[in-house]
Design a protein around this ligand. Structure first.
Ligand code: ATP
Length: 332
């Protein structure tokens, strides 16, 4: 658990004892998964809150898929605890998974059947097909048509899946995950195989679903994807969770102001001890009030080309967190 020290500092969820937190929909405590000598997941404490779009970020091989598989009860953890929607996993899989939509590692489907028939069959063979969570037989075909429309496959829903592109199959997998109108969506690399237009469409769809109340947990190795969509980030590095925080907190203004001026010497003279750093015409100033800095510079005859609050980008933050870890570990 020591690996997670210091995470989650900015949004008040830094306690590992979160049994009193009622809106946590995914919780792990010291989750660990070992494959022989390989530690794929190394004691992670995840916290995903209701309403989050949680981005689970990590390089290839960092342990994302293994974590997702543990959450869904597809693989048994070596040690640690998991709760999904308030119930322990995998013990409560039968009831929990009827409320969860999942897409993990390339959805399976029957090539000779249409997308729609695949969805109907998938739903009929799923858990509690007549259960209370929207798995009923009577509206099954209707729900299949609706979700095909939602993921942009409305026009090809009757075509055999063997004629689908990789991106279309990915959308079909997402459609299957949506059939039961889940409270929680767990998606492993959901935009795999999609072109930029497809990625945008899926992003917009997921954001719409989230706005309607669905909590989304998605893994990705694509920083831009996570940055554009997620409200909270968990960063996995060689099996360890090195960061878990809200995106807003991570990219909040640092309290310093960036200034670009063609008159750097005059600006430095005027700044009187407030200068943090100078690189040619670029100055970093210790003030969180760019407006009054601008007024002072202009009044002092200093020309201002660019001025604004300094913010860390997610990319900076990730670089810092992963660089800060011991570099003598052998990457897997
Ligand atoms: P990717 O983005 O490439 O899918 P990932 O972050 O999802 O990567 P995992 O697939 O979880 O990472 O793999 C984490 C580590 O565990 C890797 O070293 C991988 O080789 C190993 N691993 C995963 N599954 C197994 C398995 N069934 N048997 C042995 N080793 C495994």
């Amino acid at each position: 658990m020591s690996t997670n020290a210091g995470t989650d500092g900015a949004d008040g969820a830094n306690s590992t004892d979160v049994t009193d937190v009622t809106d946590v929909v995914i919780l792990t405590r010291a989750l660990r998964k070992q494959f022989g000598a390989v530690t794929a997941v190394d004691g992670i404490d995840l916290q995903v809150h209701a309403g989050d779009v949680y981005g689970f970020l990590g390089a290839n091989g960092s342990g994302k898929t293994t974590t997702v598989r543990c959450l869904l009860g597809l693989v048994l953890a070596t040690s640690g605890e998991i709760e999904v929607l308030g119930s322990p996993m995998p013990g409560s899989a039968a009831t929990v998974l009827t409320r969860v939509g999942a897409l993990v590692e390339g959805p399976a489907s029957y090539g000779h059947l249409s997308g729609r028939a695949n969805l109907v069959m998938h739903d009929a063979s799923g858990r509690a097909p007549q259960g209370p969570y929207g798995g009923g037989r009577r509206d099954r075909s209707q729900r299949a048509a609706e979700v095909l429309e939602l993921v942009g496959l409305g026009a090809v829903g009757r075509r055999a899946v063997r004629a689908y592109s990789l991106g279309m199959r990915q959308r079909l997998g997402l459609a299957a995950a949506l059939m039961r109108r889940p409270e929680l969506l767990v998606l492993d690399e959901p935009t795999n195989g999609l072109d930029p237009q497809g990625i945008r469409e899926i992003r917009e769809l997921l954001l719409r679903l989230n706005a309607d109340g669905t909590t989304i947990f998605l893994s990705s190795h694509l920083l831009a994807e996570i940055e554009q969509m997620c409200t909270r980030i968990g960063l996995l590095d060689r099996g360890q969770l090195v960061l878990q925080e809200s995106l807003a907190a991570l990219t909040a203004p640092t309290g310093r102001t960036q200034l670009v001026t063609p008159d750097p010497a005059a600006a430095v003279a005027l700044l009187d001890g407030q200068l943090e750093h100078r690189d040619g015409e670029r100055l970093l100033v210790r003030t969180s009030d760019p407006a009054s800095l601008n007024a002072r510079l202009v009044a002092g005859g200093v020309r201002v080309r660019e001025l604004g609050p300094e913010r860390h980008t997610l990319e900076n933050v990730i670089e810092q967190r992963t660089r800060a870890r011991a570099t003598d570990e052998v990457p897997r």
